[in-house]
Design a binder for this molecule. Sequence first.
Ligand code: FPP
Length: 252
Amino acid sequence: MINGIMDIKDQINKENLPSHVAVIMDGNGRWAKAKGKNRIFGHKSGVKSVREVTEAAAELGIKYLTLYAFSTENWNRPREEINALMTLLVSSLSSETKTLMTNNIRLLVIGDVESLPSVVLKKLNTVIHKTSVNTGMSLILALSYSSRWEIVNAAKKLAKDVQEGKVLTKDIDNDIFSEYLTTSGIPDPDILIRTSGEFRISNFLLWQIAYSELYFTNILWPDFRKDEFFKAIFEFQNRERRFGKTSEQIKA
Ligand code: FPP
């Protein structure tokens, strides 16, 4: 509270937090262009938002935060930009390990990680191992991730288990199928945030967002800092989630 004006964080009800927040971080390139800088400058500035949003989520007591850091389709970007993003990822993982440890945050990764350069994979495994003792928030990075890749991959693994007699076709249901996704064991996102004024899902968590609240903002990712995150959570708390039921049923 500053000068008697309640700030946005104080307006959030700690009893009604989303347990899982997913974010499509978009707009680094446009943010940089508007400043007459190159796209890589935009990504570097985006890392500051990654830190702030991670801290903000941990401060509130959110259990899972998933960030879409690199999609399967991003491999089609210019080589130079891909290399810069990979380098940035490794340097950020190195410099932020301490922050993850002091904030009791566990790092996880979803996606086709085997396709990442070995130096990135090695760094990821080191940080995942080091932070595996932490019991607070899970920070999940989606890397070389796309939802269709994940769903097809799950179908293949399930088909193999059926062939080998480990699973019976008649037993397959939503819960069993979910276990074959890379998000197995992680609850579905309660809210999905997308920055930069685009109204798309872009192949992100298609299965998992069946009942998620969608939050779109025009703010570009490098400008999406703590207060913007708190604003999104506040708005989430003021929506009525019905999961296909009527408003009256929910109120009863
Ligand atoms: C979208 O902006 C952003 C990305 C493709 C990469 C996000 C990566 C970071 C914020 C940095 C590294 C991440 C971590 C976790 C340390 P865009 O390039 O699509 O922007 P545009 O739509 O304006 O071109």
